[in-house]
Design a protein around this ligand. Structure first.
Ligand code: PGA
Length: 250
């Protein structure tokens, strides 16, 4: 059984996906600078070319990286390069990468390993389609996504990871998981890890992602096992993104 731990510092990470532009960088930084956000970690994950254009006020993350160290992989980016560009985080296993770029659980696991070797913090995404949820295989499916990574890096390395639960049916659809649905899965993920290492399970931060907005963030983030959010569409709106940051648990 996991005891509630108030020492998990919340994270709100904005995943711009293939959106945004140079002016948005300034607008977002100006908006975030108007508030005291010391109670959480704010992470911005813009497209690669913009990574070097931020002012250093907030942590930076990439949206993907290669599972290779370097060499003849045209168009790919290595973990060490992200580190050199000031990234602290990297989103791995996003459902858009899994579905649109054939990233299997094994590929995701090897990327997580490479990210850790470069001292980047992976934000490891897991999540199910509506069909999987309806079929009753939700928890087995999520366990498989987690276990592929456990097998590759060992459970102790999960102390260096952030997890993100992103139900695919809620991404970009406006159909948010209810706070109870999010809590149910976050609790499952924590208990699943607790069977392997209860200390790590208690400390790991689990973000919710899928149509989070300023208007629903507070209720989602108030759930016991929800430690912040991975925000797509709303991260492109500086005002809404700020209100999501302010909704993170104190
Ligand atoms: P959304 O995307 O907030 O636009 O639903 C979340 C994500 O894909 O990370």
């Amino acid at each position: 059984m996991i005891v509630q731990n108030s020492t998990r510092k919340p994270i709100v990470a904005g995943n711009w996906k293939m959106n945004g532009n140079k002016p948005l960088i300034q607008l977002l930084e100006d908006s975030l600078a108007t508030a005291d956000l010391a109670h959480l970690e704010v992470v911005i994950c813009p497209p690669f070319p913009y990574l070097g254009m931020f002012g250093g006020l907030n942590a930076l993350g990439a949206q993907n990286m290669s599972q290779f160290d370097g060499g003849a992989h045209t168009g790919e980016i290595a973990a060490s390069m992200l580190k050199e560009c000031g990234c602290q985080y990297v989103i791995l296993g996003h459902s858009e990468r899994r579905a649109g770029h054939a990233e299997t659980n094994d590929v995701v696991a090897s990327k997580v390993k490479k990210a850790l070797e470069a001292d980047l913090t992976p934000i490891l995404c897991v999540g199910e389609t509506e069909e999987i949820r309806d079929s009753g295989n939700l928890f087995a499916f999520l366990a498989e996504q987690i276990d592929a990574v456990v097998q590759e890096i060992g459970v102790n390395e999960f102390s260096k990871l952030v997890l993100a639960y992103e139900p695919i049916w809620a991404i970009g659809t406006g159909k948010t998981a209810s706070p109870a649905q999010a809590q149910e899965v976050h609790h499952f993920l924590r208990e699943h890890l607790a069977k392997k290492n209860s200390d790590i399970a208690e400390k790991i931060r689990i973000l919710y992602g899928g149509s989070v907005k300023g208007s629903n963030a507070k209720e989602l983030f108030s759930q016991q096992d929800v430690d912040g959010g991975l925000i797509g569409g709303a991260s492109l709106d500086p005002e809404d993104f700020l209100s999501i940051c302010l909704a993170a648990k104190q």
